[in-house]
Design a protein around this ligand. Structure first.
Ligand SMILES: NC(=O)c1ccc[n+]([C@@H]2O[C@H](COP(=O)([O-])OP(=O)(O)OC[C@H]3O[C@@H](n4cnc5c(N)ncnc54)[C@H](OP(=O)(O)O)[C@@H]3O)[C@@H](O)[C@H]2O)c1
Length: 144
């Protein structure tokens, strides 16, 4: 549990803390919200959704450490969104899809190229309305 929290929840927060002076400096030069200004994109997972962990989906992955650490990352994203709003730094949590990586395994439907192309497209279009949201790799909003 602690190892997962360390990697998936604590590290992204500490990294953001370390980057904050640069994020603020970038944000001071622009207006609006988006990657043209300053943004924190936390790589989360559908498995971190509390709301979606019911019914059929609930039976498939009994992975307490991963799920809980991604839920924590989602809450961290919301906390950052509240704190960074006044600085104009956009914060979102994003699910990259189920991808054929070491973690995703060979049965995943998406190649890394497909996932990343879509993720970059979504990230490129982020604005004020997305601030503090949890997004699917195709840009749709996900339930917390
Ligand atoms: N693949 C999916 O289907 C999927 C779905 C939802 C969310 N995600 C998220 O997408 C992100 C990337 O996942 P992935 O599929 O690319 O996983 P992956 O193939 O297992 O790669 C994970 C990467 O994280 C690095 N890493 C792990 N623990 C670390 C630590 N303590 N310190 C520094 N680096 C560490 C690994 O480094 P080493 O190679 O050196 O071990 C590796 O490069 C993750 O946040 C994952 O939760 C993936």
């Amino acid at each position: 549990m602690l190892e997962n929290f360390h990697t998936n929840s604590v590290a992204p927060l500490m990294l953001t803390k370390a980057m904050l002076p640069l994020l603020k400096r970038a944000a001071a030069k622009e207006t609006g919200m988006g990657i043209h200004r300053a943004a924190v994109i936390n790589m989360s997972s559908l498995l971190g959704s509390v709301q979606l962990n019911c019914g059929e989906q609930a039976n498939s992955f009994k992975w307490y450490p991963y799920r809980a650490s991604k839920s924590a990352l989602n809450m961290i994203t919301r906390c950052l969104a509240v704190d960074f709003e006044e600085h104009g730094i956009l914060c979102v949590a994003l699910h990259p899809g189920w991808v054929r990586t070491d973690m995703g395994g060979p049965d995943a439907p998406l190649s890394t190229e497909e996932s990343i192309a879509s993720v970059l497209n979504v990230i490129g279009g982020l604005s004020e309305r997305d601030h503090g949201s949890f997004l699917h790799y195709n840009g749709e909003e996900l339930p917390w």
